[in-house]
Ligand binder design. Structure first.
Ligand code: GDP
Ligand code: MG
Length: 278
């Protein structure tokens, strides 16, 4: 998410157009007391990747960062994420606990950085610094076709340095690498961060194939499906981290807050770490 006009909706269409049956309705959350400009909407897609079917819910945050004063604009999003953890926690401690707890937890937050080519803005730093503590953040450079390859690479490097300097730990987090092989694969991903993305709902004929793409001075760019979509289909891992790290952190904090009252209740339940459902 990040600001209107950065190509969030377009990219989602590019990624899911061929694979997705746009079923399910758009749901808003009228109960959420959030500033008008940030209306959190979710759309569910059924996708199939390498034979694995899963339901992917994409939550759009139109208008994030559009206000004149964007100081606390990360708050409604933080609240939304924590509300989903809370709902899950309540189901978990419910005596008549369901066999499969409905999982509306947010597993991944794709953060769109404007393609300025300069550096992150204070809002970007603030948002990612705070949100990376509660959710997996995947930063992307929006509308990457507006930068030259040189600009893009140096922008990527600047962003990586700024993330490091500000202690922002984006997905895949180093501390959760499980073994040497894991580390090798994740290091490859880390070298590519932030992903440069190009979205389009325009089809072009390239070498006899019809592709979703974008015409630029340099030729036609195919809407990037490759690495980025691969990463999203790395979902099991993203979900594991949500379940075992981010949610656990929330859970422990909540349990401590409530004076061990919930704790004793939970103590009698079988331990369930990293609850993951497709
Ligand atoms: P959103 O507000 O973030 O959802 O942005 P939209 O997806 O509605 O896109 C806003 C405008 O940017 C539209 O005119 C798109 O055609 C254009 N746009 C979207 N993605 C790209 C991109 O990758 N590159 C360029 N150059 N323009 C894009
Ligand atoms: Mg949009």
């Amino acid at each position: 998410l990040r600001q209107s006009g950065l190509g969030k909706s377009t990219l989602m269409n590019t990624l899911f157009k061929s694979k997705v049956s746009r079923n399910k309705s758009v749901q808003s959350n009228p109960e959420e007391r959030i500033p008008k400009t940030v209306e959190i909407k979710s759309i569910s897609h059924d996708i199939e990747e390498k034979g694995v079917r899963m339901k992917l819910t994409v939550i759009d945050t139109p208008g994030f960062g559009d206000q004149i004063n964007n100081e606390n604009c990360w708050q409604p999003i933080m609240k939304f994420i924590n509300d989903q953890y809370e709902a899950y926690l309540q189901e978990e401690i419910n005596i008549n606990r369901k066999k499969r707890i409905p999982d509306s937890r947010v597993h991944c937050c794709i953060y769109f950085i404007p393609p300025t080519g300069h550096c992150l803005r204070p809002l970007d730093v603030e948002f990612m610094r705070r949100l990376s503590k509660v959710v997996n953040i995947v930063p992307v450079i929006a509308k990457a076709d507006t930068l030259t390859l040189e600009e893009r690479d140096s922008f990527k490097q600047t962003i990586r340095e700024e993330l490091r300097a500000n202690g922002i730990d984006v997905y895949p987090q180093k501390e959760f690498d499980e073994d040497a092989e894991d580390r090798m694969i994740n290091d490859k991903i880390r070298e590519m961060i932030p992903f440069a993305v190009v979205g389009s709902d325009q089809e072009y004929q390239v070498n006899g194939k019809r592709l979703l793409g974008r015409k630029t001075k340099w030729g036609t760019i195919e809407g990037k499906r490759t690495y980025f979509l691969n990463l999203l289909t790395h979902m099991q891992n993203i979900k594991d981290i949500t379940g075992s790290i981010h949610y656990e952190t929330y859970r422990v904090r909540r349990l401590n807050e409530s004076n061990g009252h919930l704790e004793s209740l939970l103590g009698s339940l079988p331990v369930k770490r990293a609850t993951v459902f497709w």
